[in-house]
Design a protein around this ligand. Structure first.
Ligand code: MD6
Ligand code: FE
Length: 199
């Protein structure tokens, strides 16, 4: 299955196993300083994914809505984005501008993410880069407006997606995981890192 939305690019296996393990180590250091939490959706339910972030800004969802904030809910600044993560950004986008946020999502076997647009950033001209680690996940993508036809693709550990152009504002989400499809994370599940320019 291929996605045909313009501006959606996938690099299957961009990170080999050694690079995935190295990145995982870097993510663990971030999580030690900025533990995962489960954000509240503005409509009162908890999200099923666990989140944290690195960079100048992290993304937050709670009763007052969605926004970027300079601190973890516990009140401390987000850790720096690990250099390995910045390298993925540079290698794939070739941009001089670096991302200001690395959002880290953890999916357990039951977690999913509803169709959404990423539109809390100031300038949608910058792409979003997304790295998958651990169990495979079924990524679904539609159009810039709700409804209409969607396409799906399984994202595997080490795959990197770049969403720019028309794809930047397309609705997308994660329908489900394929539990046990990867041994990278000892307890299973999936990590997704999304890199964004925020301001
Ligand atoms: C995920 N990804 O793969 C969810 N957003 O777990 C996203 O929501 C996403 O992959 C913006 C750009 C790329 C993405
Ligand atoms: Fe997204």
């Amino acid at each position: 299955m291929k996605l045909t939305v313009k501006g959606f690019e996938i690099r299957p296996g961009h990170l080999d196993l050694a690079a995935q393990r190295d990145l995982l180590g870097a993510v663990r250091e971030v999580v030690a300083k900025a533990p995962f939490f489960r954000p509240d959706t503005p409509y009162g339910k908890k999200m099923s994914v666990r989140m944290t972030a690195a960079g100048t800004y992290g993304w937050l969802s709670d009763k007052s809505g969605y926004r970027y904030v300079p601190n973890h809910p516990r009140g401390t600044p987000w850790p720096d984005i690990p250099p390995q993560v910045l390298k993925v950004w540079s290698d794939l986008t070739g941009l001089d501008r670096m991302p200001e946020c690395c959002l880290i999502n953890y999916y357990d076997a039951q977690a999913k993410m509803g169709l959404h647009q990423d539109r809390d950033e100031t300038d949608m001209g910058w792409p979003v880069v997304s790295v998958s680690l651990g169990d495979e996940a079924l990524f679904r993508m539609g159009n810039a407006t709700r409804g209409g036809k969607t396409e799906s693709i399984w994202l595997k550990s080490g795959d990197v997606v770049v969403m720019g152009g028309e794809a930047r504002l397309a609705y997308h989400g994660i329908d489900r995981l394929r539990a046990g499809s990867s041994t990278l994370l000892p307890k299973g599940g999936r990590l997704n890192l999304t890199l964004r320019v925020v301001t």
